[in-house]
Design a protein around this ligand. Structure first.
Ligand SMILES: CC(C)(COP(=O)(O)OP(=O)(O)OC[C@H]1O[C@@H](n2cnc3c(N)ncnc32)[C@H](O)[C@@H]1OP(=O)(O)O)[C@@H](O)C(=O)NCCC(=O)NCCS
Length: 172
């Protein structure tokens, strides 16, 4: 895989990465705790959508994504059980980079990799819940906010400013 500045590169997540992934998640997402079991299950259900950002001294970020249903959002810190047989969108569960790994285009790169995976799997859209002041980042990656009133309560369980966003892949 092509290197980013600072010697960073994205690679597929492996089982032994989970403790580091979990530590990064805990450091970044103080308000969105998820058990190791959530990462372990996502990796088992859809390994092609789970990536880690590796530097010289270890992991500095991760991205988790998988097929899902449009206008539905998985509850936080909850196992999926299985991927929906009628999945019709590619869901970006989370992308998180430690502060020292940001602003070098690494997140943009992994979104492009995930978009490639989504298209290889035949999906025409990607979707996500934007939190943490990230909508501006997602807009730059081609996503726009979708107003889905029935998601209101679920979005609030993420945070008061959580936004459901989608991106068409065919026109991207
Ligand atoms: C959001 C996050 C993944 C972005 O990572 P990053 O490495 O800074 O992103 P990149 O360097 O790839 O930036 C790509 C572009 O988005 C812009 N950007 C990055 N974060 C942004 C933000 N919060 N708001 C608006 N624009 C942003 C960059 O300036 C860059 O713009 P350019 O293409 O015009 O140069 C990172 O800040 C992060 O891990 N945040 C904490 C976890 C989080 O909130 N994840 C999202 C959960 S939904």
């Amino acid at each position: 895989m092509k290197e980013l500045s600072g010697g960073l590169h994205w690679r597929l997540m492996r089982g032994e990465d989970i403790p580091q992934v979990s530590a990064i998640a805990a450091a970044i997402h103080e308000d969105f705790f998820e058990d190791d079991a959530v990462f372990i299950e996502r990796l088992k259900l859809y390994p092609a959508g789970c990536m880690v950002l590796e530097g010289e001294k270890g992991l500095v970020g991760y991205g988790v994504s998988h097929p899902w249903r449009r206008f539905r959002i998985p509850a936080l810190n909850t196992l999926l059980g299985q991927l929906p047989a009628d999945a019709d969108t590619y869901y970006l569960h989370d992308i998180a980079l430690l502060p020292e790994a940001r602003s070098g285009g690494a997140a943009r790169r992994v979104v492009a990799m995930m978009a490639g995976q989504a298209m290889r799997d035949g999906f025409a859209t990607m979707s996500l819940v934007a939190v943490n002041g990230s909508p501006g980042f997602w807009q730059k990656q081609g996503f726009s906010a979708a107003d889905v009133p029935e998601l209101g309560e679920k979005l609030l369980s993420y945070s008061s400013d959580a936004q459901y966003m989608m991106r068409e892949l065919s026109s991207a």
